[in-house]
Design a protein around this ligand. Structure first.
Ligand SMILES: *[C@@H]1O[C@H](CO)[C@@H](O)[C@H](O)[C@H]1NC(C)=O
Ligand SMILES: *[C@@H]1O[C@H](CO)[C@@H](O)[C@H](O)[C@H]1NC(C)=O
Ligand SMILES: *[C@@H]1O[C@H](CO)[C@@H](O)[C@H](O)[C@H]1NC(C)=O
Ligand SMILES: *[C@@H]1O[C@H](CO)[C@@H](O)[C@H](O)[C@H]1NC(C)=O
Ligand SMILES: *[C@@H]1O[C@H](CO)[C@@H](O)[C@H](O)[C@H]1NC(C)=O
Ligand SMILES: *[C@@H]1O[C@H](CO)[C@@H](O)[C@H](O)[C@H]1NC(C)=O
Ligand SMILES: *[C@@H]1O[C@H](CO)[C@@H](O)[C@H](O)[C@H]1NC(C)=O
Ligand SMILES: *[C@@H]1O[C@H](CO)[C@@H](O)[C@H](O)[C@H]1NC(C)=O
Ligand SMILES: *[C@@H]1O[C@H](CO)[C@@H](O)[C@H](O)[C@H]1NC(C)=O
Ligand SMILES: *[C@@H]1O[C@H](CO)[C@@H](O)[C@H](O)[C@H]1NC(C)=O
Ligand SMILES: *[C@@H]1O[C@H](CO)[C@@H](O)[C@H](O)[C@H]1NC(C)=O
Ligand SMILES: *[C@@H]1O[C@H](CO)[C@@H](O)[C@H](O)[C@H]1NC(C)=O
Length: 852
């Protein structure tokens, strides 16, 4: 009751008797003390509102709702216990803490927010003090679970979007934190601030992931569920991976027959679709293009097209792929002369392939020589490598040089090699003449080296010929060749410092004959000889011209025996008038010609001595046989070969005709002209003969003519035979003749002996046969002592040569030359190479090949 009153007093009498807390200094002037304090509570929780530290004697709690002026009592205690007002129910479960003036409010409602005033009265009995405690109660609401909103959960990269963090409850100020969680779970703060909405400009692919927001105030913090943001983008420019990887300045490369995989990757959301193009034509769909056993024709441009089907965007990348392939076969090596055949150039080449093979000469060669990039000959220097070896580096014959060729498409290098060597033999020179005798060819060859040797000719005057490889033929117009100096062939090989030479000395032919003058008796065969002085091989043909100046051939008159060295002309059955004269033997070659004259003197045999018919007589009455006897004027035997016994009919004996032997012969004799009938006796020693089978009725004349071969002597005076004597004569005469025949036989035997032994008994021979006609009947050749009258003495000495041997004819054109003194080897002639179309005729030339 008292408290209630006090409360009323409070309301109406602000100056009260209440004393306040110990902190309060009660002023002596009775002034009321005012105290302010703020208290924060959370809705639904409990809060204690203090009213001083000591228990006052009386107190009144009142409440003023925010926004209103009215102050309303909640609870009081005027010394008679606490009295809780009805209003307190709206302010939560309000209780007064015992033994204090503080009140506790549980299950705090938001409506409890406002100003609580505790009017406390102390020392009411003595000196009352009044303290006003103003307690400002703030009731805070915790944030509720926010939820996230996005303007677009699948934004396109580069676009702008917003995110909002929505809350139902929560007192401010509220802080917002946006969290981003990547695909991998890495969580980071994306943004924070005091606004619930953020704008994301220029969304990118890194924004893809989970988002959540966290809202916080002074009471608590709550986070939302996460939300997936999927950024749409791409495709980016594709990336192409080539396996196996091999990059060159031109692009990618692959080796032929390898398997090549081209993988295309382009970042994109959603994932890219891939299409492959080869040289702008579509070949494949899908990210990886695999070419098994790639070939060189697969070289070209490969393009990958990536497409984002959602955005309908695309991007493209092109690479160039080159397929490497090796050249065919193996490298080839060769050796060539260089710098005028003083050096070697080694060539190594391996054309084809891509890229070009790389070629290397062996290391020691590179040290010796000087590498050349021979770009003149080949547009691509890599297919060719040359090395120049100078002369001083080359001494050894038969050296081997090798070159290695390598190519990226080959596992192993391939080598080639070449050798350099000097021709095995010495240079060979020879000469020949073309068939039509238009040209003289001097040939020089030095075959068989590697590289080939350089061969050139130097001759007298300006005659010469520049270098050619292996062999060289100097062609001279026939007749322009010179004989005074040798023609020298030079041959140079890079492996030899010295030049080799061989020489040809041209020499005009010289003809010889055994005799310049040949005399024979007519009727015999005679051989004229002609031969070349030196044993020239091959020789030009020797030609014989007869005494009429005509070319001779084998006829009944002439027989020509010919070899390369000589030509013998046999004149058959010589005749004094027809065959005597100058015979000419000629030959010639490119340097000159010559001829030799042989005088043939055909002599008649000497006149036989006169013979006289000393006896001509019928040996019987039948008159059919006549015995003849004759004698020779000079009884020296020999010199003639026989006798010609002749008879001729002179007249018919009258009356004797009937008994005459009526033979045919006689009838012919009678009607024929009075010609001589011949009877040849081929025995110079016979001096008598019986002519048989005469016609008895006819008168004959007989005569004898000595014969010396073809020379017929003077006939004797003709004789008519005498009549036979008595019948007994024949026996006597027969006996006498028999004795004479025996004597004649002895004489004949003696003569035969003397002739056969004339050398042993020259005096006897000379005595019997004289000095003039000493040759045998059968000797057709040279009468030993015969000298052709009228010839200027000493026919055997011609052209100043006084030789006891065969006669020599000098060449017409040029004087003979001997072989060069430098000639080391004897003359050697050689025929033209076989198979030559223009088969040369022989020419007489001495060839001296000299090596050095
Ligand atoms: C917000 O507060 C009101 C009143 O206090 C309550 O009914 C509601 O459930 C609260 N909302 C949330 C999400 O807590
Ligand atoms: C997560 O993000 C932080 C900073 O953004 C970085 O340092 C860290 O390496 C990331 N961790 C992973 C696993 O990605
Ligand atoms: C949010 O914060 C900014 C500064 O960070 C301040 O200027 C602004 O007044 C705040 N807004 C609210 C509603 O608290
Ligand atoms: C976000 O953008 C909208 C309009 O685009 C604008 O009205 C708003 O103020 C922006 N908010 C922030 C936090 O920038
Ligand atoms: C995305 O993140 C990566 C590394 O975290 C960065 O290198 C790249 O630049 C970012 N991209 C963009 C578009 O910001
Ligand atoms: C493809 O292009 C390359 C380079 O332009 C060319 O060398 C190649 O021959 C082409 N291939 C075909 C099949 O056209
Ligand atoms: C080559 O060598 C020959 C002989 O030694 C010489 O005559 C000629 O002049 C040379 N040529 C050059 C170009 O040196
Ligand atoms: C050089 O070598 C070749 C080939 O082996 C051989 O035929 C020739 O006789 C040799 N020459 C010399 C001068 O050794
Ligand atoms: C031809 O004459 C030569 C002498 O000039 C001689 O050697 C050769 O034997 C002769 N030939 C014949 C077949 O008589
Ligand atoms: C050889 O004889 C011919 C005539 O037959 C003559 O013309 C020529 O001069 C003679 N030759 C010599 C060298 O005597
Ligand atoms: C030989 O006979 C001829 C004619 O009958 C005569 O002329 C000549 O003088 C005679 N010779 C000799 C040596 O008596
Ligand atoms: C004629 O001659 C022949 C022989 O010659 C002889 O036999 C013959 O008896 C002769 N007749 C007469 C009549 O003499």
């Amino acid at each position: 009751m008292v408290a209630k009153l006090l409360g009323l007093a409070f309301l109406f009498l602000p100056v009260s008797l209440v004393t306040c807390a110990t902190h309060v200094q009660i002023k002596s002037n009775w002034e009321v003390v005012y105290q302010d304090i703020s208290v924060y509570g959370v809705v639904g929780k409990a809060v204690i509102l203090e009213c001083g530290t000591t228990l006052p004697d009386m107190y009144i709690w009142s409440f003023t709702k925010p926004g209103t002026e009215a102050i309303k009592a909640v609870v009081y205690d005027l010394g008679k216990g606490t009295r809780i007002q009805k209003l307190a129910v709206t302010l939560g479960q309000l209780t007064v803490i015992s033994n204090s003036a503080a009140v506790s409010i549980e299950n705090l409602p938001v409506a409890a927010q406002g100003l609580f005033t505790c009017q406390a009265f102390y020392d009411i009995e003595q000196e009352p003090k009044v303290v006003y405690h103003y307690v400002h109660l703030t009731v805070r609401v915790p944030v509720s679970k926010p939820y996230l909103l996005m303007s677009d959960v699948s934004p396109v990269e580069g676009s702008t979007m917003w995110m909002r963090c929505n809350l139902e409850n929560g007192t401010g100020p509220i802080q917002y934190v946006w969290q981003h969680e990547t695909r991998t779970g890495n969580i980071s703060t994306f943004a924070q601030g005091n606004t619930s909405l953020i704008n994301v400009t220029d969304v990118n692919r890194n924004h893809t992931g989970w988002f959540r927001c966290v809202a916080s105030n002074n009471v608590n913090s709550e986070r939302s569920n996460r939300l997936w943001l999927d950024t749409i983008f791409g495709p980016d420019i594709p990336q192409i991976d080539v396996t196996p990887y091999s990059m060159t300045e031109r692009g990618y490369s692959a080796l032929e027959r390898e398997t090549v995989a081209l993988l295309c990757q382009a970042q994109s959301n959603p994932a890219s679709q891939y299409v492959w193009f080869y040289n702008n034509s579509q070949v494949y769909t899908g990210p990886q293009l695999t070419i098994t056993k790639i070939l060189r024709m697969h070289t070209g441009d490969y393009a990958c097209l990536a497409q984002n089907t959602y955005l309908n965007t695309r991007s493209r990348k092109t690479i160039s792929l080159t397929v490497y392939y090796p050249p065919d076969g193996s490298p080839s090596c060769s050796v060539q002369p260089a710098l005028n055949h003083t050096s070697l150039r080694l060539l190594c080449s391996w054309p084809g392939g891509f890229p070009s093979a790389s070629l290397h000469w062996s290391e020691d060669l590179k040290r010796l020589g000087q590498e050349e990039a021979d770009t003149r000959q080949q547009p691509n220097p890599l297919t060719n490598t040359a090395i120049l070896l100078p002369a001083d580096g080359l001494t050894s014959n038969n050296s081997l040089f090798s070159c290695m060729g390598s190519h990226p498409a080959l596992k192993q290098s391939i080598a080639c090699s070449t050798r350099s060597y000097v021709p095995p033999a010495e240079p060979v020179c020879f000469a020949y003449v073309t068939n039509n005798k238009q040209y003289l060819m001097l040939s020089c060859s030095w075959d068989g080296g590697a590289p080939k040797a350089l061969v050139w000719w130097e001759g007298p005057g300006d005659q010469g010929k520049g270098g050619e490889e292996n062999s060289n033929i100097l062609i001279l117009r026939y007749g322009t060749a010179r004989s005074e100096k040798p023609y020298t062939c030079h041959a140079k090989h890079p492996l030899l410092v010295q030049t080799k030479t061989c020489r040809l000395t041209l020499e005009a032919p010289v003809l010889l004959t055994q005799r310049r003058v040949v005399s024979v008796y007519e009727g015999s065969d005679v051989q004229l000889t002609c031969n070349l002085r030196a044993n020239y091989l091959p020789v030009s043909e020797i030609t014989w011209f007869n005494n009429q100046g005509a070319d001779t051939h084998d006829t009944s008159k002439y027989k020509l025996l010919r070899t390369s060295a000589w030509a013998n002309l046999t004149v058959r059955d010589t005749d004094e008038t027809g065959d005597s004269g100058e015979y000419r033997c000629t030959t010639s070659n490119a340097v000159g010609g010559t001829e030799i004259n042989v005088t043939l003197v055909v002599k008649r045999h000497p006149m036989p001595p006169n013979a006289t018919l000393i006896n001509a007589m019928y040996n019987s009455r039948q008159r059919i046989e006549v015995e003849l006897e004759w004698q020779v004027q000079s009884e020296e035997p020999g010199g003639w070969t026989g006798f010609l016994l002749e008879h001729r009919w002179v007249s018919e004996r009258p009356g004797r005709r009937g008994s005459s032997n009526d033979s045919k012969d006689e009838a012919e004799d009678r009607i024929g002209p009075p010609v001589w009938s011949h009877n040849f006796i081929q025995d110079p020693d016979v001096r008598s003969h019986t002519v048989l089978r005469l016609t008895p009725t006819t008168t004959y004349q007989f005569r004898v003519t000595p014969v010396n071969h073809r020379t017929i002597g003077h006939p004797s005076a003709p004789k008519t035979p005498a009549e036979p004597r008595s019948n007994m004569y024949p026996a006597v005469i027969g006996a006498a003749i028999g004795g004479m025949l025996f004597a004649a036989l002895l004489t004949a035997l003696l003569l035969v002996y003397v002739i056969r032994n004339r050398n042993n008994n020259p005096r006897l021979h000379d005595m019997l046969f004289g000095l003039q006609h000493s040759q045998s009947r059968e000797n057709i050749n040279f009468p030993e002592d015969d000298v052709v009258g009228g010839s200027e003495g000493g026919i055997e000495e011609i052209g100043g040569f006084s030789s006891p041997g065969p006669t020599m004819a000098l060449p017409r054109a040029a004087s003979p030359l001997t072989a060069s003194p430098m000639s080391a080897t004897p003359s050697a002639s050689q025929g033209p190479p076989p198979g030559d179309d223009n088969e040369p005729v022989s020419v007489t030339i001495t060839v001296n090949a000299t090596g050095s």
